[in-house]
Design a protein around this ligand. Structure first.
Ligand code: RB5
Length: 160
């Protein structure tokens, strides 16, 4: 159950939506740590897998995760694989997704402020859990700046 009152500094968390997460085997342990971290803070999560450290293919989990965000059921998303690249490439095939690969808090801040990123992507094999949680905090607590960035963000999706 998602509480109606959420931590005030998690600006982009919406009380009626869950955070969608997905990973492959390389990101499985980090995903579990992030889910525990968010749930302990009263933030609901939807876990699209994978469910173990057994070798698997990241697109199998990225596509359903992207669809949940695109449909408006979940917001935002957090995804990870070993480098972050494969899962980010897959997520960004969806026109409603703006997935940003971030390995510092500053990159996460800018991905939200300038790009209105709706999925944070983490390179699980290249950052430790403490750094990842700090990046998650920054991503979830940074609003979109709007202004001149609106026009640019509106031009990202391929016209159907
Ligand atoms: C898995 O070995 C690895 O290739 C995957 O996690 C990711 O880094 C791909 O982009």
């Amino acid at each position: 159950m998602i509480p109606t009152s959420i931590n005030a500094d998690m600006t982009i968390i919406q009380p009626d939506k869950k955070v969608a997460l997905c990973s492959d085997h390389a990101g499985y342990e980090l995903k579990a740590a992030i889910i525990a971290y968010l749930n302990n803070r009263g933030i609901g999560t939807d876990d699209f897998g994978t469910e173990s450290s057994e070798s698997c293919d990241y697109p199998d989990f990225a596509h359903p995760c992207a669809q949940a965000i695109e449909s408006g059921r979940d917001y935002p998303g957090i995804a990870m694989c070993g480098t972050g690249n494969g899962i980010a490439m897959t997520l960004n095939k969806h026109q409603g997704i703006r997935a940003a690969l971030c390995w510092t808090t500053e990159l996460a801040r800018l991905a939200r402020a300038h790009n209105d990123a709706n999925v944070l992507v983490l390179p699980a094999r290249f950052i430790d859990t403490e750094s990842a949680l700090a990046i998650v905090d920054t991503f979830l607590s940074t609003p979109f700046d709007g202004g001149r960035h609106i026009r640019r963000v509106e031009k990202i999706a391929v016209k159907q």
